[in-house]
Design a protein around this ligand. Structure first.
Ligand code: SF4
Length: 315
């Protein structure tokens, strides 16, 4: 691993095949999560951070209360390198390798770190799918399209999570963000220039999983263009059961509603949520680091607003 971090802490959930790494260099903290399905050679998934803390302030997210700074390209790449080293096999031996920019931070608010990281990761691991997962900040998406045209392994996922702008505004208090119609438009343009399908990510909970919700999504996101990820919600506080059967069946029932409307749907229910905080947005160790570094951790817009249950795979 390149020398971007001084300390790496490993937390294992052997039963569920998940390992989490917490990286610290005194000025920033980051976290990556490593999954195998069922072994690293068959399928390896790595979620890595692009910022330390996050300015977006989502109310389900353990990183959403504080922001330290954006990570450098080296700090992003080192998380991936370290995670791959820990698998004990070469990346080229992995039949499927997915690197997801979704653990902590808003990737599209860190173009200076993300773009060179994407280029180097593509060179290092040409077989890796590189998935950018975004809350859709209001930026100029031209550079996102350009880098996605340059690197054919880049995927794009928008965290939608609600079917109305009012509900989404309550969940994602960051003001400079696209509304649902604007997300639909950006995804469509990205599809036109790359030829690939963007994803929208949706966490199913009791208040947003009706037939009307599915209809509204269908009215916004053309299933000929968009694929859907339906996430099982989890709990950001340590010590609380992260998921339960009710939440899992909500996700699978809602995914059926989307399948009926023509979407290609995957249900995301990451392992390790109940034991090591493996669900993105939980970030227990990061929450502790922020408490221990009040001089570096600035309050984000979310600080003090009510907490809600977490969509996994959130950012
Ligand atoms: S879910 Fe993602 S965008 Fe939202 S506060 Fe957490 S890290 Fe930031």
């Amino acid at each position: 691993m390149r020398p971007a971090w001084d300390n790496v802490k490993r937390i294992d959930d052997a039963a569920q095949n998940v390992a989490k790494f917490v990286f610290d260099n005194g000025t920033a903290v980051a976290e990556s999560v490593l999954y195998k399905y069922p072994d690293y050679a068959t399928r390896t998934v790595i979620c890595c951070s692009t910022q330390s803390g996050c300015p977006v302030g989502c109310r389900f997210c353990g990183a959403g209360d504080n922001f330290v700074r954006s990570l450098t390209a080296d700090e992003i790449i080192a998380q991936v390198e370290h995670s791959i080293e820990q698998t004990g096999i070469q990346a080229s031996e992995m039949k499927r390798l997915q690197v997801m920019f979704m653990s902590m931070g808003e990737p599209l608010l860190n173009p200076k770190g993300l773009v060179p990281a994407l280029r180097q990761l593509y060179q290092l691991y040409p077989n890796a799918a590189l998935l950018i997962s975004t809350s859709a900040p209001m930026i100029n998406y031209e550079w996102v399209r350009e880098i996605s045209m340059e690197i054919p392994t880049i995927g794009l996922q928008f965290s939608v999570h609600e079917s109305t702008d009012a509900a989404r505004d309550a969940l994602v208090p960051f003001k400079k963000k696209l509304n649902l119609f604007q997300i639909a438009t950006e995804g469509m343009i990205w599809h036109e220039v790359t030829g690939r399908s963007p994803f929208f990510n949706y966490c199913a909970h009791d208040g947003n999983s009706s037939t009307e919700d599915a209809e509204r999504l269908w009215g916004l996101f053309d299933p000929l263009i968009w694929n859907a990820t339906v996430s099982v919600v989890c709990e950001r506080s340590e010590g609380m059961p992260a998921t339960n059967e009710h939440q899992r069946s909500l996700a699978s029932d809602f995914s059926l509603k989307l399948v009926e409307r023509g979407y290609d749907v995957r249900v995301f229910d990451p392992a390790g949520q109940d034991t090591i905080g493996g669900g993105c947005g939980q970030l227990w160790f990061v929450q502790k680091w922020m408490q221990d570094h009040p001089d570096l951790a600035r309050p984000s817009i979310g600080r003090g607003l009510p907490v809600v249950h977490a969509p996994t795979n959130a950012a």
